[in-house]
Design a protein around this ligand. Structure first.
Ligand code: UDP
Ligand code: MG
Length: 315
């Protein structure tokens, strides 16, 4: 029987070879503040650099280190989800592998956990070293998300947080494949609180989140937690129909009563382009929801593991 751990730390890794060692040292130091019974679970999400070699080295020298090597790049949210399924701690911390989330904050998160909170998230006070565009898009995204969903997803938080084991097992039971953990955790409820921190610059390497990955995350977040875009589409359709009806009435009136045939090729083109655009947009939104249904129906495994040193029987 494996001994029970006080805390598990899940770290998604994508091209972080130069960050891993420092991250490991800082994690170990800050956890030593409150326990010796811990495990660090690194999920290598198909890194193209030497990250996995680094992880193998660490795990050979330290029995508290575990790795899950995924068969390819599945994306940040899925990498974290994979880690969560293998945790054995009483509580679990999710932290980025690029040192943007300071490991030194973990004792504070743990303190809140001991005070009886089930979810302790780290709220960003400042974001260093991120471009204005990234800050702007992420602000905009959180504000839109808040408008669209009926429950509170905390603003300005990433996935850096501490979760009680019971929260993690609830997450593991949530069947959806388009993961947006922040939203899922907010949806679950439980006793939540936060700790403020300053987000550091990424130490080495560059962000694995391209704008297209961020866009995908935003679409996943919105379509998983809100049906409002669908009703927006029908409202828009309704308004445009009323509008065109009025124009039709006016055209008939102008033709028969005012005796002036409405000329104007440009207005015709503009309005049909406009309506065409709205239609495409609307079909796109509906398509997003359908693709989610499709994904869930396919029932493929969420990720595939190439290699791990975690004993499967524990699962
Ligand atoms: N990451 C991952 N898979 C990916 C992209 C990123 O596991 O496809 C990891 C990455 O190694 C880091 C965390 O997810 O530990 C956050 O990624 P990143 O720093 O690129 O995101 P940002 O901080 O720019 O939002
Ligand atoms: Mg980062």
């Amino acid at each position: 029987m494996e001994e029970k751990k006080d805390i598990s730390v899940v770290i998604p890794i994508y091209n972080e070879q130069d960050n891993i060692f420092e991250l490991y040292n800082r994690l170990v130091l800050s956890i030593a503040d409150f326990t010796t019974k811990y495990e660090l679970i690194f999920v290598n999400d198909g890194s193209l650099d030497n990250s996995f070699v680094e992880l193998l080295k660490l795990s050979e020298n330290d029995k508290n280190i575990f790795y899950i090597n995924l068969s390819r790049n599945f994306g940040h949210q899925i990498a974290v989800s994979a880690g969560l399924e293998f945790c054995r701690g009483e509580c679990i911390v999710i932290i980025d592998g690029d040192l943007q989330d300071p490991p030194e904050l973990i004792p504070q998160l743990y303190k809140k956990y001991q005070d009886g909170f089930d979810v302790v998230y780290a709220k960003r006070e400042q974001r260093k070293g991120e471009t204005l565009l990234k800050k702007f898009t992420s602000k905009l995204f959180y504000r839109i998300l808040k408008k669209l969903t009926s429950f509170d997803i905390p603003l300005d938080t990433g996935d850096f947080r501490l979760l009680d084991q019971k929260v993690v097992s609830a997450i593991n039971k949530m069947p959806e494949r388009n993961k947006f953990l922040r939203g899922q955790i907010a949806w679950l409820g439980f006793k939540q609180t936060y700790v403020l921190f300053n987000r550091d610059e990424r130490r080495f390497g560059k962000s694995g989140y391209t704008y297209s990955k961020m866009f995908q995350l935003a679409i996943d977040a919105i379509t998983s937690f809100s049906d409002k875009p669908l009703s927006l589409v029908s409202k828009l359709g309704f308004i445009i129909s009323i509008f065109s009806f009025v124009i039709i009435l006016y055209t008939i009136f102008a033709h028969f009563v005012l005796k002036e045939t409405v000329t104007g090729w440009s207005s015709l083109i503009i309005s049909s382009m406009f309506i065409g655009g709205i239609q495409l947009f609307s079909i796109g939104i509906i398509g997003e929801y359908i693709s989610r249904i499709n994904n869930n129906v396919k029932d493929r495994p969420l990720y595939v593991i190439d290699k791990t040193n975690i004993k499967q029987e524990v699962q």
